[in-house]
Each structure stands twice: as structure tokens, then as C-alpha cells.
Design a protein. Sequence first.
Length: 321
Amino acid sequence: MALFGYRRKEKELENTQERLEAGLEKTRSSFFGKLSRAVAGKDQVDEEVLDNLEEVLVTSDVGVKTTLDIIGRIEERVRRDKYVSTKELNGIIRSEIAELLLSSSADRPADFNAPLPNRPHVIMVVGVNGVGKTTTIGKIAHRYRAAGKKVVMGAADTFRAAAIEQLEIWAERAGAELIKQYHGADPAAVAFDTLAAAKSREADVVLIDTAGRLHTQVGLMEELAKVKRVMDRQIDGAPHEVLLVLDASTGQNALRQAEVFTEHVDVTGLVLTKLDGTAKGGIVIGISNEFRIPVKYIGVGEGIDDLQVFDRSAFVQALFN
Ligand code: GDP
Ligand code: GDP
Ligand code: MG
């Protein structure tokens, strides 16, 4: 029986960074491939290299504003240091992106082991169809369970036929309880029931799944507001967190969804999924630089362990390793 478990903790951390690096492989190889073409035959960072770099960043889905922020910083550096060789460029881009990200917000990485401010702590998960809401709920539940917390899920996606069964499978995997009604039931009623059950069972965490919807479906955005209102009637201040899930592989579209969703719902955190399957991982840099709402988690695979707490410095490190 281990007494301290420091070595194991160290191992777990290494494992986390490795998973992150593996998940970002496509983004990384695409970015560095473009970067090496951008500086080919050049030994000094000049206007032309900067123009090429701009193109590399924009086509890596970093977004125009953030690209200009990064280029501005590098220009400044070139002015200061007079001669900057293209060999140094990697290191400079890395440190400028890291500084940009670390200076733009003071949000701290989430911690599943930290004491929760509310009991139960209620999290509602929203987003368009297929972005990974249900999967993310399963992964989050797993992490809270591993931290010794009691988790209840509410199947408030009553719209899609297989949605309840899918969440049921995740509840079993994660060791969470599931509150459900029937296909077609009122999602607000499911949310209400779930919170009542969570209170009486003294749960620590509640995760509410919702049906995918487009921001253009006004009625559905209103439905979301209703689900939210009903929860507050059951538990004061609930939901305490509203996570908007975005599919990173949709690139700039994800940014647009974030803009419009946050106009209708008080989103408290963002989740960017499917980073493992895309070269558009630069979107994470753009969103964390431009959005006032913090990126809280990222998804790097379909498995239960493929959720990562978003940590700006770990992200930059993984991208440039
Ligand atoms: P929902 O409609 O928003 O609830 O989305 P689902 O949770 O049903 O996920 C849609 C699909 O995306 C499923 O096939 C998931 O396995 C997949 N998916 C979710 N998250 C990730 C991820 O981080 N990486 C990968 N590769 N696939 C994911
Ligand atoms: P699909 O054709 O089955 O993919 O479904 P649509 O997204 O076209 O929706 C069909 C109808 O159901 C439309 O009138 C939508 O407004 C409505 N609808 C879609 N999603 C939801 C939902 O989550 N809740 C409710 N109550 N209605 C929905
Ligand atoms: Mg779902």
C-alpha cells in the first residue's frame, strides 16, 4: 500500500502531457510544416517572412485578430533585436504566443479535486448538434467520480431518439446516476426532476445534457432559457456553470457559435472537442485570446480519459514540443 503516491502523481502528469501532445499531433505537424515552408531559403526574419507567418497563423485557424497580435509582438522583437535569424523564429513564436495567452486572462485551470462552492454543484451543457456534449458529460463525470464525488446526470436531451440511451451508457461507464423520462418529454421537467433527485441523494455534482440546437432556432434558445429558470427554482443559483461545447474541427465556425450562443445564454466556460482529429487546433489560441469566457476543458479523443483541463502553458508547451 503506497503511502504518498507522489511518484504515481508524477507519472499521471506525464501521461496527461503525453496525451495532450498526441491529441495535438495533427495541428502541430501541419503548423510546423507550413512554418518551415514559410521560411525556406531565408535566414533572416524580414517583411516577407512576417507576411508568410501571417498566412501560416491564419490558415492554422488562430483567427485574424490573434494573428495580428502575435505578428505585432514578433515585429516588435525584430525591431528591438535588429537581426533575428529564422532559426530563432520557432522559439520566438512560442514565447510570444505563451506570453500573449498568459497575459490575456487570469483564469486558473479547473481542478476536480477542489472543494465545490455549491452542493450539489449544477452544470448545464449546451451547444449545437454533434459537437460532443454527451461525450464530454461522460468524461467530466468520470473525473469527478475519480475525485470521490457523487455525480447525477439529467437526460434533458429528450429530442433525439437515441440521446437518452447514449447518456445512460456514459452514466454506467462513469459510475454516475441517471435521471431520465421519455423521448419527447419536456426537457425542463427532466431538469427539475434531476435536481430534486440530486438534492435528496446528496449528490456533489449534477450534469444536465441538452439537445443540440442552432443559435438561429429562436424557439430552441428560449427552451434553453426555460430549462435554466426551472433549475433555479429547485436549487438557488442553479445552474452554477453553463458549459458551451464547440467542435474545434469546425474552425472559425466554432468562434461564431461561441459569439451567438453567449448572446442568448450566460455561458460560464467553453469546451473545445475533437482536437485530436483536426489541424485546426490554433482555434484554441484564438478563442482564449479573444473571448472573455475561459476555455475550461479540451477533448482529445472519444475515450473516457480523453478530456483535459485546459492549461494555457501546458497547451503551448505541447504545441511546440
Ligand atoms: P452531442 O450531439 O453534442 O451530444 O455529441 P456526442 O457527444 O454525441 O458526440 C458526437 C461524436 O463526436 C461522437 O461520435 C463522439 O464520439 C465524438 N467526439 C466527442 N468528443 C470527441 C473528441 O474529443 N475527439 C474525437 N475524436 N471525437 C469526439
Ligand atoms: P431533424 O430534421 O430531425 O434533424 O430535426 P430538426 O432540427 O429539423 O428539427 C425538427 C423540429 O423540431 C423543428 O421544428 C425544431 O424546431 C424542433 N426541435 C429541434 N430540436 C429541438 C429540441 O431540442 N427541443 C424541441 N422541443 N424541439 C426541437
Ligand atoms: Mg448528445
